[in-house]
Write a protein that binds this ligand. Sequence first.
Ligand SMILES: CC(C)(COP(=O)(O)OP(=O)(O)OC[C@H]1O[C@@H](n2cnc3c(N)ncnc32)[C@H](O)[C@@H]1OP(=O)(O)O)[C@@H](O)C(=O)NCCC(=O)NCCS
Length: 395
Amino acid sequence: MLHRSPDRTPGIAQGGGRAWSPACQGTESRKHPVPRQRHAPKAQASCLVWVIIGLNSVTLRPQLKIMTKIRAAITGIQGYVPDYILTNAELEKMVDTNDEWITSRTGIKERHILKEPGKAASDMGRIMVDKLLKKTNTSPDEIELVICCCITGDMVFPDTANTICDKVGIKNAFGYDIHAACSGFLFGLTTGAKFIESGTYKKVIVIGMDVMSSIIDYTDRATCIIFGDGGGAVLLEPNTEGNGIIDSVLRGDGSGREYLHMKAGGSLRPPTAETVARKEHYVYQEGKAVFKAAINGMVDTIKKILERNELTLDQIDWLVPHQANIRIINGVADALNFDPAKVMINIQKYGNTTSGTLPLCLWEWEPQLKKGDNILLTAFGGGFTWGTTYLRWAY
Ligand SMILES: CC(C)(COP(=O)(O)OP(=O)(O)OC[C@H]1O[C@@H](n2cnc3c(N)ncnc32)[C@H](O)[C@@H]1OP(=O)(O)O)[C@@H](O)C(=O)NCCC(=O)NCCS
């Protein structure tokens, strides 16, 4: 519901002004007796409405509260990475690569790997969500929806969000997964926000994470050096101060699946001994094609969101890019001529955690963020999927 100050927002819910508008005055039958009579009931009704609004705004003005649109704000964030660190030095012993190549071509020095037997995405999710609830002083019973953005869920089904709810003890909610690869967190944040903006729910958790080590071939030097495990969870709550998720430009192009996919394990090629022997349950990537599309996609959606929200780049406090390759991140910042000091980069520590990179950045930078900071989150990944979300930090 929109309630705005009559003085500050011309044209919206200004009862006093509209009650005495020329349109209303023009319905007086004395001025145009014949033609007006044909529309008299409708005109009178509409005039009556404006008069009531006018009277209300006069009589009730002292009680009118200034309210703005309900937005979904991040009110807490919690990251998580597993303990085990896979360094470039260790990768040198596994495949034909070296620290110099990995560092100069990707910017990655190390990545975290979930090594504990029997542990999966839901175990990382449980730790994040447990800590997030404690940090925000929220009871599991208060959570109404959990969205888990992840392409490496525990099983093909059920959705990992449900398993996380079970492990955390979230009983009054429903959950589902979003499989949008590196753009997953943007898609989840945007859809989660809609449940808050509509007034349907007051507490929504969005998780972005992946256990990429579960679908990586550690004999393929082109992919095993890039990916890592980890991510983060955010709590979304209503905000009427103008902070929170403001806008998203999200895109997809299914023809891009040719360049980045996992061949087997789905209904197209159900897993068999042969698909496993052919290593079709691992990530397949044509790096160069993805590289170019990634820069173009992120730059394009950043420009669109700036234009749509009448923002200039100097009004942006932080750019949070998906952490796939330092050269892609620099390519995006260079194309926009954006101040590198305001770009969040932690790829050197975590590599590409797919749906996990954006919340991992926000979590690490949380102590530096200020209420009202203008933040752009941007990502590109498998699908292809990509997009940019504009939010104002709420605390
Ligand atoms: C994958 C990626 C790092 C490869 O970098 P690149 O500069 O494109 O490298 P290329 O694949 O062209 O390979 C260049 C050379 O390095 C070699 N090479 C590839 N991986 C190597 C490694 N780990 N160590 C050493 N050499 C390697 C290649 O074999 C090739 O050798 P050649 O010239 O003798 O044929 C890069 O393409 C990339 O980051 N792509 C986008 C990834 C991405 O955004 N994914 C999003 C999904 S989330």
